[in-house]
Each structure stands twice: as structure tokens, then as C-alpha cells.
Write a protein that binds this ligand. Structure first.
Ligand code: GAP
Length: 443
């Protein structure tokens, strides 16, 4: 059963503390488009940095890429998106609402009292029509069909059309992969659940090019490695599971597909897909472009079009997962303590720095320490209100450590370090603090 209260609390905390805001809020908002505030942008960047480190820097066989959002319109004909990236859509002629025909049982008619679409006597639903999810725009000054371009609905195609360029420039050999993080756009009919399903989002995708016949083995490796990555992010393993796509669910390009699902307050839902895309995309691009996209395997003197194993995660969905997984409320001394217990490597602020009181040279010492440590990790200075209140504010932001400069600091150079999760305190020499925090907050 959906825990709407928990989601409401998370959405409200995200707005209050500057994680995530509705886009164009002063104009009433734009449907399912969200902006990341100061803490949100740090959190999402840390998630993306961890992915990039694991997928590109830590491996010898994967190269990075940043392809443009706008691509030649033929790309989307070749990929099958122009013909097939559609959802069945039902309109209500009375209230003008739109519903996905395959999800109508979960939808609500906007008329009151609350009922399902079609259940009010005044409802007048149309027959389902296919609706393409790609956003269209025009390139150049003339708005005509010859000038149509699309905002990419997935980043993967930028990788396929560049695979030979990367191969030549990097001197990689099959098997090898190309990784990319970037925006994707889908005109979703029923978006929702905060940043779970949005119309503009970021994907972290990797396409691994392999010799046909070895694809199943690589697919299994990637399944294992990707689940391990989510575990290493500190997510609760009991809330992660596999969902295998049955024959009716498989995308047009896939021979096999598994989703990694997380148990959100609104139920189990996909956060990443691992797909065996075969040679579908490269073959189609070869046909549509007229350019050869095969690979020459020199040692074995053979040519083949590689098969592709894809790992495709949503940066926003993983960010939402870290927020939901981290959120907890505890009773401490008769008060509710709200904590975001992030893995330290994704926490937006790594350390809060406070003077115990605003006198006796403590603010000057703390300010110096703050400026020094800020050159290495994201830090926050706070001297307003009681220290207990400052701790609570940092708990809500998910800051793993808080450092207080007190009377003892002025005599022996040590500071108090308070741990977010246990609320216990240590004393650390202030000249060792930078290394101490870095060691504990790097991924
Ligand atoms: N290239 C394959 C592909 O795009 P997908 O299952 O459609 O596959 C992959 O999307 C991932 O992208 C999903 O697991 C999800 O994390 C993210 N994603 C897809 N649609 C999204 C949306 N409307 N809002 C936020 N994230 C989305």
C-alpha cells in the first residue's frame, strides 16, 4: 500500500531545505518538471560522480562520451522511436483529461467525488490513440516538416552513432564500452511521484560492445556489477530486487532485459534497466545511414557487427532512491529528529563547522578552519542558535559530520566531531581534520 504521508514529508523536506523545487513555481509550476536547489544539485552530482568513477575511471575497457541532445532526425527513424515509441492515450471529452489506456485502472478522474475515469455519468472517453512520447522542435527559422528535430528520448543513440569514432580514437578493442551521462526528454502522459517520472530527466547509460555469442555471458556480468553498485551506494539491499521482463514486456530492441527495482513508498519500481540489445541498433543505423558499422577483429581475421549489453539508470531516480532510503525520523529527548542518513560519499555537505559560542575567538578559529576545509570538501558554516539546533539542521541536510570549535580548541587545537548517525562525539586535532573528513566521505 502506498505510503503517501512519507512521500509528502520527503517532498516537503526537499523544498524546505533546498533540494528540489517545482519548475517555474511562481507561474504555478510546469507539469512534472523539477529544479534542483543547492543541496539537490550536490546530491545528484555526487550520484553521477560515483557512477562515472565506477563505470569509466575504475575500468580500462570503458570510455566516456558527451553527445549532443539534438541528433539527425533519421537516428530516431533507425532506432524505431518515430514508429514505435508510443503510449496508447485516452481523452475525456468532458473534462479534457488524458490518461494512458494501459494504466487507466490506476488513474483518477479529475471530477469530484473522486472516481476512476469513465465512472462518472458525464465521462466521455475516446477510443485509445497512439501518442509518440518524443518532444519535437524545429531546426532553423522555418517551422516545416523538413526541419523537425527531436529532443533525445534516450542517450544511448548518441553512443551507437559514435562507436566507431570512439573505437578509433581510443584504440579500444571489442569487448569495450562507452558511457555517457546526459539529459533525455519524454512527453510522458502520466508522469508523477515527484522526480520519479518526469518529462526532462538525466540518464547514466553505458553500452558494452561484445562479440556475438558472448552477449549472454556479458549480460550476466553486468547484472551482477550494477546491483553491486547500488549496494555500494549504501541502499538497503532488502529494498532492491530484480524484475525480469517477460516476452510481452520486452522493448522492440531487446533479447533479454532485467530491471533493478527499489521499494518506494508508492511501491516497487524500476530505477535501472540492463538490456541485451543484440545488434539491433547498429544494424539499423548501418541500413539507414548506408555506412558500414562492422568491427574488424584482427587477431581472428573476422568481421562482425557487435552485440550490445546496455546498462541504463536514471540519475534523478537514483537520487530519489537515495533520499527515500536515507529518510528517517527518531525520537530524541522528547523531540522528533529528522535525519537523511546518506552514504557519506553522496551527502551534499560533508561537514558542518560551528563555533560553540560567538566570543572568545571561537568564531575566528572556526571561520579559518571552515575556509581551509572548504577547499577540499563541501562544508557549511553555522553560528546561529544553540548547537543542538545546528546539529538538527545538518541532520536534515544529511551532513555526516559536524565540527565544533570550543574552549578546549583554543588551548590544545582539538575540535569536537559529532557523528550524524550515532550522535556520538570524538575529539580530533584540527590540523588533521581535512584528511579525517576526506577519508570518511570519499566513495
Ligand atoms: N536506453 C534504454 C532506456 O532508455 P528505459 O527503461 O526507457 O531504457 C532507462 O529508461 C532508465 O531511465 C529508467 O530505469 C529510469 O531510471 C530512467 N527513466 C526513464 N524514463 C524516465 C522518466 N520519465 N523520468 C525519470 N527517469 C526516467
Amino acid at each position: 500500500m502506498a505510503d503517501t504521508t512519507l512521500m509528502d514529508k520527503i517532498v516537503s523536506l526537499c523544498k524546505r531545505r533546498g533540494f528540489i523545487f517545482q519548475s517555474s513555481e511562481i507561474y504555478g509550476g510546469l507539469g512534472s518538471v523539477w529544479d534542483y536547489g543547492p543541496l539537490g544539485v550536490e546530491l545528484k552530482k555526487n550520484v553521477k560522480d560515483r557512477w562515472w568513477r565506477a563505470m569509466v575511471h575504475a575500468r580500462d575497457d570503458i570510455e566516456g562520451l558527451d553527445a549532443a541532445i539534438l541528433m539527425h532526425p533519421k537516428v530516431w527513424e533507425a532506432s524505431g522511436h518515430v514508429a514505435g515509441f508510443t503510449d496508447p492515450l485516452v481523452d475525456c471529452k468532458t473534462c479534457k483529461a488524458r490518461f494512458r489506456a494501459d494504466k487507466i485502472q490506476d488513474a483518477q478522474c479529475p471530477q469530484k467525488p473522486s472516481k476512476k475515469p469513465g465512472e462518472h455519468t458525464t465521462c466521455e472517453l475516446t477510443a485509445p490513440r497512439m501518442f509518440n512520447l518524443m518532444f519535437k522542435t524545429f531546426m532553423g527559422p522555418v517551422e516545416e516538416s523538413a526541419a523537425v528535430v527531436y529532443l533525445r528520448p534516450e542517450t544511448a543513440q548518441g553512443i551507437y552513432v559514435n562507436y566507431l569514432n570512439v573505437l578509433q580514437g581510443s584504440r579500444q578493442k571489442v569487448p569495450f564500452g562507452i558511457a555517457q551521462i546526459g539529459k533525455a526528454f519524454r512527453n510522458e502522459i502520466t508522469p508523477g511521484n515527484f522526480i520519479f517520472r518526469t518529462r526532462e530527466f538525466e540518464q547514466m547509460e553505458m553500452q558494452f560492445f561484445v562479440k556475438p555469442g558472448t552477449d549472454t555471458e556479458w549480460f550476466e556480468h553486468w547484472r551482477e556489477w550494477r546491483m553491486a553498485w547500488h549496494h555500494a551506494l549504501g541502499l538497503n539491499p532488502a529494498k532492491l530486487r530484480w524484475h525480469e521482463h517477460g516476452p510481452g514486456e520486452l522493448a522492440h530492441y531487446a533479447k533479454a532485459a532485467y530491471d533493478i527495482e527499489y521499494e518506494f513508498p508508492f511501491g516497487w519500481n524500476e530505477i535501472e534497466g540492463i538490456h541485451n540489445r543484440t545488434d539491433f541498433d547498429l544494424q539499423r543505423h548501418q541500413t539507414f545511414s548506408g555506412k558500414k558499422l562492422d568491427y574488424f577483429d584482427q587477431p581472428n581475421n573476422e568481421r562482425f557487427v557487435p552485440f550490445v549489453v546496455e546498462t541504463s539508470a536514471g540519475a534523478d531516480r537514483v537520487t530519489l532512491t537515495t533520499l527515500v532510503d536515507a529518510y528517517r525520523e527518531e525520537q530524541v529527548e522528547g523531540e522528533t529528529r529528522v535525519v537523511l542518513g546518506f552514504h557519506p560519499s553522496v551527502a551534499p555537505i560533508k561537514v558542518g563547522v560551528f563555533p560553540l559560542v560567538k566570543k572568545d575567538g571561537m568564531p575566528e578559529y572556526a571561520t579559518r578552519l571552515y575556509h581551509e576545509i572548504k577547499q577540499h570538501v563541501n562544508a557549511f558554516y553555522d553560528d546561529s542558535g544553540a548547537v543542538g539546533r545546528r546539529y538538527r539542521r545538518m541532520d536534515e541536510a544529511g551532513t555526516p559530520f559536524c565540527v565544533t570549535v570550543d574552549g578546549q580548541t583554543l588551548t590544545d587545537g582539538t575540535v569536537t566531531v559529532r557523528h550524524r548517525d550515532t550522535m556520538t562525539q570524538d575529539r580530533v586535532a584540527s590540523d588533521r581534520l581535512k584528511g579525517w573528513v576526506k577519508e570518511r566521505t570519499e566513495g
